[in-house]
Design a protein around this ligand. Structure first.
Ligand code: SF4
Length: 125
């Protein structure tokens, strides 16, 4: 079984702009978007962490990873892959810096993206 976690945008989650993280959960349950890679195996989401906020820097995201690791270790768990949330991929002006830091420090596979449900335009077809 593949065990994964998601790194999300604190601002989007904190302001409830992505209610209940539903898009990621639906994509995972359907194995769509960047979760399609797990279509032939079981996958389990063990946590959703956030970047630490716009006022922070790349180290805040790394702190989130450290805290996740500690929490997982308490239960003798670990993750095989970390997904960068679509919220970060699409909307974060600091995403390149955050992703570079995460890839440098994670020590596991880092996948850029989760769901693909964000529409390309707001009012267009
Ligand atoms: S730094 Fe990027 S990912 Fe983090 S809260 Fe700000 S916009 Fe969201």
């Amino acid at each position: 079984m593949k065990k994964i976690a998601i790194l999300s945008c604190q601002m989007i989650r904190g302001q409830n702009l992505c209610p209940a993280d539903t898009r990621c959960f639906i994509a995972l349950s359907r194995k769509e978007g960047e979760f399609e890679r797990y279509k032939n195996e079981e996958v389990c989401l063990l946590g959703i962490i956030n970047c630490g906020g716009c006022e922070g820097n790349r180290n805040r995201a790394i702190c989130s990873l450290v805290l996740l690791k500690r929490e997982l270790s308490a239960f003798k768990e670990n993750i095989d892959a970390l997904h960068i949330g679509t919220c970060i991929m699409k909307f974060c002006p600091r995403k390149d810096d955050i992703i570079a830091a995460v890839k440098e420090k994670a020590g596991i596979e880092v996948v850029e993206g989760t769901h693909k449900y964000a529409p390309p335009t707001i009012f267009g077809n």
